[in-house]
Design a protein around this ligand. Structure first.
Ligand code: KG4
Ligand code: ZN
Length: 342
């Protein structure tokens, strides 16, 4: 009997985005629906877990419905439901996993639990054909890691952050200066205003491993602001609200520093793995054009290909989850009904 191309419904609710997408093994992404909770959390300068899970619960039905409708594919034609089950905020993950299980059970579909980070790691494949082996730098609000990717689902972690993620550094430093959440896009804009110059030479930590550390950088920026009489430690207040130039200089110096750190790590990894063919840059921080351009130039200098997803696939999305679900189904790696969150 002729088997039509596999259709996978991906569901992603690990943090503050409710997302669903339909992926077809021959034609790729058919739909990509998303509700972002940024407007809910921006007043607090970060994600409030309780509010995040309540919003997931409210939106999950309509977002999954939109993904099927946009595709347009009736639920009856879906073969596999792939859902993020780790890592993330427990309350948010539970919403997606419970919903996916209920639909899969009621409609007779296969279920696959997906690692959110594996989703990011393979997100470049949604739009590009990336050769193996390659290095993948994943940088988001929750994670900063470097991977060696050998095949679909076949990868090794080479280094990860010991403390804050790169996106978290942008968010926390933005918050120090009363800039809106999320910090990354605002910092990029302020840095562009002053042409991405390095004014303050924040320290580049140089550990001899491939691990990252960004909490020291945040402290260095804080003390530098205190020294410049721009921040009061007692009242925890930013004192130079009207000094736009200072904000631009901090933002620009920070951005150059983080791009330098990424480059240093990639150079170190290349020494250890000289056989690699490409570098990919994924996750929310990969929306940053300055860093992406720097890494692209770095790759070119080393005769390597460079890939980064378009913005909608850099930040959290379900297309990457459906993509991973599709190759896991191909590999026969299905989950049981007792699938739990981690
Ligand atoms: O992948 P993502 O949407 O969510 C997580 O899984 O964390 O990443 C969000 C993070 C935030 O920390 C945000 O500040 C950062 O990505 N981000 C950026 C930019 N756009 C978003 N960082 C630097 N430059 C940007 N343009
Ligand atoms: Zn993410």
């Amino acid at each position: 009997m002729h088997k039509s191309p596999r259709l996978t419904l991906g569901i992603e609710t690990s943090c503050d985005e409710t997302a669903a997408a339909v992926y077809q093994e021959k034609h790729g992404i058919l739909s990509n629906a998303l509700f972002s909770q940024i407007d809910i959390h921006k007043h607090f300068g970060g994600v409030i877990p309780e509010l995040a899970s309540r919003s997931q619960l409210e939106k999950i039905y309509s977002i999954v419905g939109s993904a099927l409708k946009q595709a347009p594919i009736p639920l009856a034609d879906i073969d596999v439901i792939a859902v993020t089950n780790r890592p993330g905020l427990p309350g948010s993950l539970l919403v997606g996993v419970c919903f996916a299980k209920a639909v899969a059970w009621a409609a007779g579909k296969k279920l696959i639990g997906i690692n959110h980070l594996e989703g990011h790691v393979f997100s470049s494949f949604l739009e590009h054909k990336v050769p193996f082996d390659h290095l993948c730098l994943t940088a988001s609000g929750g994670h900063t890691s470097l991977y060696l990717i050998k095949g679909f689902g076949n990868y090794e972690i080479l280094g990860k952050t010991q403390d804050d993620a790169a996106g978290e550094a942008f968010d926390k430093i933005a918050k120090l200066m009363n800039l809106p959440y999320p910090g990354g896009p605002v910092i990029e804009q302020l840095a562009a205003d002053v042409n991405f110059q390095d004014f303050f030479h924040y320290p580049r930590h140089k550990p001899k491993t491939l691990d990252f550390s960004f909490s020291g950088l945040k402290t260095a920026v804080l003390y530098d602001l205190v020294n410049k009489n721009a921040y009061d430690m007692k009242t925890k207040k930013f004192l130079k609200e009207k000094d736009k130039l200072l904000k631009q200089q901090v933002a620009s110096s920070l951005l150059v520093c983080i791009a330098d750190i990424f480059e240093q790590k990639l150079a170190r990894a290349l020494n250890q793995y000289p056989h690699i063919k490409a570098i990919t840059f994924v996750g929310g921080v990969a929306c940053n054009k300055y860093i992406a351009n720097r890494l692209q130039a770095f790759a070119k200098n080393h005769q390597l290909l460079f890939f980064t997803p378009s913005r909608q696939y850099c930040t959290d999305n379900a297309a990457m989850i459906a993509f991973v679900g599709n190759y896991k189904a191909e590999q026969g790696k299905f989950s049981n009904w007792d699938l739990d969150i981690l």
